[in-house]
Ligand binder design. Structure first.
Ligand code: ZN
Length: 365
């Protein structure tokens, strides 16, 4: 994927030397270590903690171009449904889900939550790319307890257990996912709804809106749609008092033309507000700092290898690797938005908030 265009005319020795350099650079960029490891190479600079704490000094010492920093690039919001057997269009096997996590990790992706994306709070190491995991429908394979004599035990092959296991082995990958659930029985075990929702909340996972009954919001009347959205929030708060459901995954990916009552409304005393609305297909989302970013219509990438029409997770991994200018690559500092100078005009200044924009010069262009 990376080395296919290697020049043919070079001598063997030069090839070998170049290859070595490439491998070195690759290892460096794939490990996408903390910004502090990559800036200020000289020991004197390293010793001076004040220097690295000063954003101005940090900015000067950081080689944005070498890291490929591009905080105006696109971000994959991955869409999963069932985790189980056998693999099918809307079902990922536990082993394939593990493979997805391994691949994302190796390719320099790190987890952020949906709410962090909506807040433009992107905190991943320099050289890494953020990725968001979403799970629709609250299926049993996403979160299951097994009945044991000693009591309920987390099924090691459900999505929650796989995520936690991966995180234990790779703490720098992060632990985040949003579960877009509907009622009456999210995750399929009526006796454990309270236990599961509390568990998710405690671990920092998020609950999103997927309608109370998975109703098609395009077909429902505004009043029925408000009921769908508000009752989901109300029921979630029955389990998690005060919980703030902040985003909506559109059931069937369907939405009405008029979106105002989808974004915000209330029904019988329960107010709801969707800061983000997620679609079903089929490409990465624009950076939250981009003029193209529209939180009312966030596209997602289907995490599947079946019937992907060139728009699945692995299609996009390859495309983003081959076209790094499209990919969001972090500078390791959530307080700054660093972009190649020639792309600075694509930044939505309004969305920067209190973040500092750093347009940097590139030598090659
Ligand atoms: Zn659904």
């Amino acid at each position: 994927m990376f080395m296919s265009k290697f020049p043919q005319f070079l001598s063997c020795r030069r090839k070998a030397a170049l290859l070595l350099l490439l491998i070195l650079l690759l290892t460096l960029s794939l490990s996408c270590s903390k910004a502090d490891d990559l800036i200020g190479a000289s020991p004197e600079e390293k010793q001076d903690d004040k220097d690295s704490a000063d954003p101005k000094k940090r900015e000067e010492a950081m080689d944005y171009e070498a890291l490929g920093v591009n905080e105006i690039g696109e971000i994959m919001i991955l869409m999963y449904h069932e985790i189980g057997e056998p693999e099918s269009t809307w079902c990922r096997t536990p082993d394939n889900f593990r493979k997805d996590l391994e691949t994302l990790y190796a390719e320099g992706y790190r987890l952020i939550s949906m709410n962090d994306l909506l807040d433009g709070h992107i905190d991943v190491p320099a050289g890494c790319s953020p990725v968001v995991l979403t799970f629709d429908d609250g299926t049993a394979g996403q979160f299951r307890y097994l009945e044991k004599k000693s009591g309920p035990v987390l099924d090691p092959h459900c999505a929650v257990a796989i995520l936690e296991e991966f995180y234990a082995a790779h703490p720098d990958f992060g632990l985040a996912a949003t579960f877009y659930i509907f009622y009456e029985t999210p995750f399929g075990q009526a006796e454990y709804i309270q236990k599961k929702l509390s568990y998710l909340d405690e671990k920092g996972f998020e609950i999103g809106n997927h309608g109370y009954n998975h109703g098609n919001l395009r077909r429902l009347s505004p009043k029925e749609a408000r009921r769908e959205l508000a009752l989901q929030v109300k029921r979630t708060r029955d389990y998690l008092p005060g919980y703030n459901v902040r985003s909506l995954a559109l059931p069937y990916g369907e939405r009405p033309e008029e979106m105002s009552y989808i974004l915000e409304g209330n029904f019988e005393g329960t107010a709801y507000r969707n800061d983000g609305v997620l679609l079903v297909g089929a490409n990465p989302a624009p950076s939250p700092f981009s003029l193209d970013y529209d939180p009312r219509a966030l596209p997602r990438v289907r995490a599947s290898e079946i019937d992907t029409d060139g728009m699945g997770l692995y299609d996009w991994l390859e495309r983003l690797s081959d076209n790094p200018e499209r990919r969001y690559i972090s500078d390791g500092d959530p307080a700054t938005v660093a972009v190649p100078e020639e792309r600075a005009e694509k930044v939505d200044r309004y969305r920067l908030g209190d973040k500092t924009l750093i347009p940097y010069q590139t030598k090659s262009e």
